[in-house]
Structure formats: C-alpha cells, structure tokens
Ligand binder design. Structure first.
Ligand code: FES
Length: 160
C-alpha cells in the first residue's frame, strides 16, 4: 500500500469511528430522555418520641442511604413546626455541620460556614455561593416524630 492509500484508509477509519462515537453519544442521550432514571422511593421513618427532645436540643439521624441529617427542636409548642431536619452535609465541600444552640445556627468548622435555623447560608463560602442546607419533611403522629427519607439501603429496597 502506498502512502496515499494508507492515509486515505486511515482517515476513513477515523471518520467512521467519529461517526460511530457521535451516534453512540446521541443514542445514550436519547435513551436517558426516553427512559429516565426511576425516581427514588421515599418513606416515613421514626426519629424520636417528641416529649423526649427538649427545645434547643438536636440529634444526628442517619438515613438508610447513609445521609446524615441534623434534626433540631427549635420551639415549645409540641407541633411539627418546632422541628427542622436539615442535611448535615455542608453544600460547600461536604464537611459535617452541627447545630449550635447558643448561637442559633448550624455551623461548618471546615471554612466557617454558617446557616440560620432554617438552613439558609448566612456566612462563609456557602453564603457567597448561595448554597443552603437540604431540608427533609417531618411529621408528628401520636407524639412520635417521623422523617421522610429515601429508602435505598433498607433491606428489601435494593434495585431490581
Ligand atoms: S465545607 Fe463547609 S464551609 Fe467549606
């Protein structure tokens, strides 16, 4: 094979590979559009007996998927509005935040990030980036506090 023939064949192979790759990416994107990922299954899980959590107290709840959640009691009424459940993973770089009752804020020690009692960023890199803490729904039934979380990780909830 002469040089011209070799270059012609090599460029044809490269063009063919490019077309196959391009159509492959298009097919993958079309597949994701036509068959979106299954939404995660959520459920209500028990957290604590409402009476045993004093105003100003907080606890760390670990969801079945391994996410850690700060659950804090901020009021005295005994209603669900007294409680808040926020992701304890800082949206900046993923360090753990904790509730500081005396300062009425969630604090991230890694870069002095701070969040108000509702999880809104008020200081540090999360404030500059407008990143708040993720919030989880809560409800009270018969004096017991429940949280709605993804159920992946619970026995019997694995993907088929
Ligand atoms: S990781 Fe929380 S402020 Fe940087």
């Amino acid at each position: 094979m002469d040089r011209r023939g070799f270059l012609s064949r090599a460029s044809s192979i490269a063009m063919g590979a490019g077309l196959v790759g391009g159509y492959g990416v298009f097919a993958a994107m079309a597949g994701r559009f036509l068959y979106p990922a299954r939404p995660s299954l959520k459920g209500w899980l028990f957290v604590i007996d409402v009476a045993s959590m004093k105003p100003g107290a907080s606890l760390t709840y670990t969801a079945p998927d391994g996410a850690t959640i700060a659950v804090a009691r901020q009021g005295l009424t005994g209603q669900v509005g007294d409680f808040i459940a926020l992701s304890s993973t800082c949206p900046h770089l993923g360090c753990k935040v904790h509730w500081e009752g005396q300062n009425q804020r969630f604090f991230c020690p890694c870069h002095n990030g701070a969040f108000d009692p509702s999880g809104k960023a008020i200081a540090g890199p999360p404030k500059e980036a407008g990143q708040s803490l993720g919030r989880y729904p809560l409800r009270i039934e018969n004096g017991l506090l429940f949280i709605e979380v993804p159920l992946e990780g619970l026995p019997g909830q694995e993907e088929a």
